[in-house]
Design a protein around this ligand. Structure first.
Ligand code: IMP
Length: 180
């Protein structure tokens, strides 16, 4: 990391690499059981879920197909409340068991909208899996079926999560405090 950035910001570790890997494997086992013998479409919500998605699908033993959405709603450390969809999946959800995989649920706006959009294609089922859940920040109701860790109202980075598109490659998750 550039020295200048190091001086302006700091982070407090929240989940180690080992804790994350253990939880991802547990989720993988649960999903392998629940989706056994089903036609699964795993949908990653990028960019934040890029690392969680790659690790999680390799822990799921059921054969599956993959596709992605690229969305954004955050400005620095706050939700703008204005969801932008930059890329939309190409695979149809019709008759599929859709598993949406996201990095973190905050207001719930992103997943509510994506879920509604997918339901229009008549899938067999739609389930949501998130690595992190900031339950107390919810503005709209959305049913989350699989949660890695519940966290309080902190801004976090690492393991795919960013601050201004940085820090995604940290192998751990940390609370991020911007001093700018
Ligand atoms: P929601 O639509 O408010 O639920 O926001 C979900 C999206 O906001 C996530 O997929 C992240 O990209 C982003 N986000 C929410 N909280 C954080 C955070 O603490 N760190 C980094 N990104 C976050």
């Amino acid at each position: 990391m550039p020295k200048k950035l190091k001086k302006m910001n700091h982070w407090t570790p929240l989940f180690t690499q080992e804790e994350i890997q253990t939880r991802v494997k547990e989720l993988g086992r649960e999903l392998s059981r629940d989706f056994a013998n089903k036609d699964v479409l795993a949908l990653g919500v990028l960019k934040g879920a890029c690392i969680f998605f790659s690790d999680l699908i390799r822990s799921i033993e059921t054969p599956l197909t993959v596709d992605f959405f690229i969305t954004s709603s955050y400005e620095k450390t706050k939700s703008s409340g204005n969801l932008k969809v930059h890329y939309e999946k190409q695979e149809t959800a019709k008759d599929k068991n859709v598993l949406i995989i996201d990095d973190i649920v905050d207001t719930g706006l992103t997943l509510k909208l994506l879920r509604e959009q997918i339901l229009k294609e008549n899938p067999r089922s739609v389930k949501i899996c998130t690595l992190l859940d900031k339950k107390e920040k919810r503005k709209v109701e959305v049913e989350v079926d699989y949660v890695g860790f519940e966290i309080p109202d902190l801004f976090v980075v690492g393991y795919g999560l960013d601050y201004e598109n940085k820090f995604r490659n940290l192998p751990f998750i940390a609370e991020f405090i911007s001093k700018q």
